[in-house]
Design a protein around this ligand. Structure first.
Ligand SMILES: [Ca+2]
Length: 490
């Protein structure tokens, strides 16, 4: 093997450099570098150590048969490196596992990394669920499983893919699905690269499991990498790199299995970085379940809407660990400025409803009132002498709002309601939501069509619009939430 000292090509300043910058890992490290309590397991094809990994690996408190940092489920022994065809000269077999471990170590230096080996040869199908089970049993909170399981021919072991059949057997390995489901239920998040399910290839098992977070592949420029697969289930994207003969820095350079730095590109790389980001989130906010971690990662990702290559956008580790306490509770706010439209069915009022939290809200209630709903009409009223209703609820609706986003709700507005000040109230109904109610006075503005405008003018008294004048002003929106909302508003 090459015994040259570790080297990086021109344009690469440090291992994993552009990838860490794209995910804003240095900024995230000002908040957290991970926690020793959050163990990350990397399940791959065979690990060889690299000097950069010293002190970063998980240490089994009760080593079985000398296995200090994990277990080899392909050969069922304690040695973790790949031994077999192609061993001497395959960068893949010698360096891939070490490369992913290096990614996790770079993103989340304080989280211990567990090494688990699996294989594709006949008889090694069980190595995959066994590795997942081991990770959970030994306390891993994140599992990076860059590859999906590829079924091989029962005699030759050659994956069907290489024999002319697309790899796409949703039930290739039912035991692996059971293990992934159990891992998720136990509070462990599994991260995998995306497999293509929109073009030639069918969905292939593990990355499409609901229990697995599927990560898309980004180029150095933050776009879909040329190797990026598309899918209907990709959640967010992480650096994957791509090959360019003129510019080696388009790939990602990181730790190889022979003590050197080597280049790689592919969806596997995205999985490793995303797993590191997940571990940072778990370290920063202990007690979250895997679903909540996924929501934070995808809702703080940088992107406009969703697309089948990058999902909700590029993972942003700094945004994910930089949430305020207010953004960790499900709260909604109504924007005071609303738009009125004249339709064939009458007036329609469009209101923007914001989810101030990083978590998805499944059900938010929005109610519209003629008059101030926080003021009783008549304090002297009683059962025997009820007051006439002064404040009426005009209409209400329910909607779902993704974390840190806003949706527009449109409500019918009777003309007579324009003679009173309009108020809106909103709150989140999800289990665990604090139950705060946002009340604002509505100001009708924007491009009001002529008919509606004359209607308002004719009524004379419609809403002068001092939203801050309401008795219960909207919760303050932090600058970060604002920028995210502006960027990602539907
Ligand atoms: Ca071994």
């Amino acid at each position: 093997m090459n015994s040259d000292p570790p080297s990086l090509p021109e344009g690469v300043a440090a291992p994993y450099d552009w990838a860490l910058a794209q995910m804003r890992v240095p900024e995230a490290h000002r908040v957290t570098r991970g926690s020793p309590d959050v163990v990350v397991a990397v399940i791959d094809l065979g690990y060889r150590p690299h000097p950069d990994h010293r002190g970063r690996l998980w240490v089994n408190p009760r080593p079985e048969e000398g296995a200090l940092h994990g277990w080899d489920f392909a050969d069922n022994d304690a040695t973790l490196e790949y031994r077999g065809p192609g061993e001497a000269d395959s960068v893949y077999f010698r360096g891939h596992h070490a490369f992913i471990v290096g990614e996790v170590a770079a993103v989340t230096p304080a989280c211990p990394i567990m090494i688990l080996r699996v294989g594709y040869l006949p008889g090694q199908g069980e190595s995959w669920p066994h590795a997942v089970d081991y990770a959970v049993r030994h306390g891993a909170r994140v599992i990076v499983m860059p590859h999906g399981y590829i079924q091989g021919h029962c005699l030759s072991g050659t994956p069907y893919f290489y024999q002319g059949t697309d790899f796409g057997y949703p039930f290739d390995n039912p035991a692996l699905k059971e293990s992934c489901d159990a891992a998720s239920a136990a509070g462990c998040l599994i991260v995998s690269g995306v497999s293509d399910n929109r073009g030639r290839r069918a969905v292939f098992a593990s990355s499409a499991f609901e229990s697995v977070m599927a990560v898309g592949s980004a180029s150095r420029r933050g776009r879909a990498a040329d190797i990026a697969p598309s899918s209907d289930y990709v959640e967010a994207a992480a650096p994957a790199g791509q090959r360019s003969p003129e510019s080696p820095a388009e790939q990602i350079w990181g730790t190889g299995g022979d003590g050197r730095y080597i280049p790689f590109e592919g969806g596997c790389m995205a999985a490793g970085f995303a797993g590191g980001a997940a571990a940072l989130v778990m370290s920063r906010y202990p007690g979250l379940d895997p679903s909540q971690v996924r929501q934070i990662l995808r809702n703080t990702a940088r992107g406009r809407g969703w697309n089948p290559y990058l999902g909700h956008g590029l993972l942003d580790a700094a945004a994910a660990v930089g949430l305020t306490s207010g953004q960790m509770e499900k709260r909604v706010a109504v924007r005071p400025a609303a738009r009125l439209r004249q339709t064939s069915k009458g007036l329609r009022l469009a209101l923007a409803l914001e989810n101030l939290s990083a978590f998805d809200i499944g059900r938010a209630v929005l109610a519209l009132y003629a008059g101030d709903p926080t003021c009783p009409a008549d304090a002297q009223a009683s059962f025997t002498s009820p007051a006439e209703l002064q404040v009426r609820q005009i209409e209400h609706t329910c909607c779902a709002i993704p974390g840190l986003e806003a949706v527009t709700a449109t409500l019918p507005l009777p003309e007579e309601a324009l003679s009173r000040p309009l108020y809106a109230q909103a709150f989140a109904c999800d289990a665990g939501a604090p139950g705060d109610c946002c009340t604002v006075r509505i100001a009708i503005g924007g491009r009001t069509p002529g008919a509606a405008k004359s209607l308002i003018a004719g009524r004379g008294r419609a809403v002068a619009g001092n939203p801050a004048g309401g008795p219960a002003p909207a919760p303050e929106i932090t600058e970060q939430a604002h920028s995210l909302l502006t960027e990602r508003e539907l």
